[in-house]
Design a protein around this ligand. Structure first.
Ligand SMILES: *Cc1c(COP(=O)(O)O)cnc(C)c1O
Length: 422
């Protein structure tokens, strides 16, 4: 469900024609629909209404502070993985008690900042990290609330780069023997063990891996309680997929239906960390066709957006639907001819593509294309590679257009660089 639809031959975001936004901010740019973000958050959060819970948006998926503020005002918390993300969510007005902090490489300054902000909990990924958090909390005269991240060794059947819950992945404690770590943690003076955390991967399109992981967590919580630990919360992570191509992933309601019965009897507070499912289909990447290169056995559509702007196709071979902003009908209402082409950017690498061997209505030079489902891991993964300034982000609310990040300038590119002999 999203709000990007043709109306009188023009692709709109809610009530605004995308070509009008392109005229205003230039191309390429990211475009988000506020109604879609709101709906996705509300549906996801509502699916878990039967349990006491917190929906902590995974900030790394889409980290613009306007979007964080929007979700925060709807009641969302935040799942952060760095000090920079902590800064963003605090700037966006999300209160400490709704922030959870994951990641294998937290630094002392990051832990100290998070403790000062009074975050809900740290998700701890290793023994040495636990020791460090205990020390930093001690220096501040505080007790750090922690959950231990348990690696349930469940195969989420997703791309290997975004699978995190297998025993060969770098995340969490192996479930075997983790009870001892819990007991050790509970004995540390500046640690308060409050929960269990797991996150098994991303773009998961089936229910069984979630069910299996949650069953293992429930079992673990029972035995921890039997050992005398007061486990009050279970963070089941994020990872539910979205329909990029033909796969129809389970809806948040279906996920909740499958796991809530397992969780209900535990009497714990549930935390979820959805990222992609909230932001993915709420955003598109808009790019302009620069020219068509037709070779004897291969065609290329050269566009002004590139792998530095949207990295997922190059990094994961990810599929994004690409549609013309002007509906693919000619003036007589006849469908335009298709072209089979690679959609490529101007970057000097053969890995720079937005789509390969794609059939789409043959666009004219200067025409706009919308790369769909680009709201998650789109802008947040972008860089300035090839000295391409980062693109603007635009948020549409009904008929109102908000530029929530302006286009970087060439001056921005070199602003922090220094020539020592000048
Ligand atoms: C990336 C991540 C998420 C979000 O994953 P999605 O697939 O975007 O839902 C949640 N929790 C943790 C710990 C993560 O690293």
């Amino acid at each position: 469900m999203h709000h990007f639809e043709y109306h009188h031959g023009e692709l709109r975001c809610e009530g605004v024609e995308i070509r009008d936004i392109a005229r205003q901010v230039g191309t390429p740019f990211y475009l988000y629909s506020q109604a879609t973000l709101t709906r996705h958050y509300t549906v996801f959060d509502g699916a878990f209404a039967a349990l006491p819970h917190l929906t902590a948006f995974a900030v790394k998926a889409c980290s613009n502070i306007a979007i964080l503020s929007l979700l925060g005002r709807l009641g969302a918390g935040a799942d952060i993985v760095s000090g920079g993300e902590l800064f963003r969510v605090l700037r966006a007005g999300i209160p400490g008690e709704r922030i959870v902090f994951s990641g294998v490489g937290k630094t002392e300054p990051e832990v100290a900042a998070a403790l000062r902000a009074g975050i809900r909990m740290f998700s701890v990924e290793s023994g040495p990290e636990l020791t460090m958090i205990n020390r930093v909390a001690g220096e501040l005269g505080l007790r750090a609330p922690v959950a231990l991240r348990v690696n349930p060794d469940v195969d989420p059947q997703t791309h290997p780069y975004i699978s995190t819950g297998l025993k060969e992945n770098k995340f969490g404690f192996p479930v075997k023997g983790v009870e001892e770590v819990f007991l050790k943690a509970a004995a540390m003076p500046h640690i308060r063990v409050i929960g269990v955390h797991q996150h098994i991967g991303s773009q998961i399109t089936q229910i069984p891996p979630f069910v299996e992981a949650v069953e293992r967590a429930a079992e673990l919580i029972r035995s921890l309680r039997a050992a005398g630990l007061a486990i009050e919360c279970l963070d089941i992570g994020g990872g539910i997929g979205i329909p990029y191509e033909d796969t129809q992933p389970p809806s948040p309601e279906q996920l909740a239906e499958a796991v809530v019965p397992i969780l209900a009897s535990l009497g714990v507070h549930i935390i979820t960390e959805p990222g992609r499912v909230i932001a993915g289909n709420a955003g598109v990447f808009v790019t302009r066709v620069l020219r068509t290169k037709e070779h004897t056995d291969k065609n290329f559509l050269v566009v002004d957006g590139a792998m530095n702007d949207l990295m997922r196709p190059s990094l994961y071979n990810a599929y994004h639907k690409i549609i013309p902003v002007r509906e693919p009908l000619d003036s007589q209402g006849v469908l335009r001819k298709d072209i089979l082409a690679d959609v490529v950017g101007p970057i000097c690498e053969s890995g720079d593509f937005l789509a390969r061997n794609r059939t789409l209505p043959r666009p004219e030079e200067g025409e706009l294309l919308a790369v769909m489902s680009a709201g998650a891991y789109g802008f947040s993964m972008s860089s300035t590679y090839n000295s391409r300034p980062r693109v603007p982000e635009v948020l549409v609310d009904g008929t109102t257009v908000h530029v929530i990040r302006t286009r970087e300038t060439y001056e921005d590119l070199v602003a922090r660089e220094v020539i020592p002999w000048q």
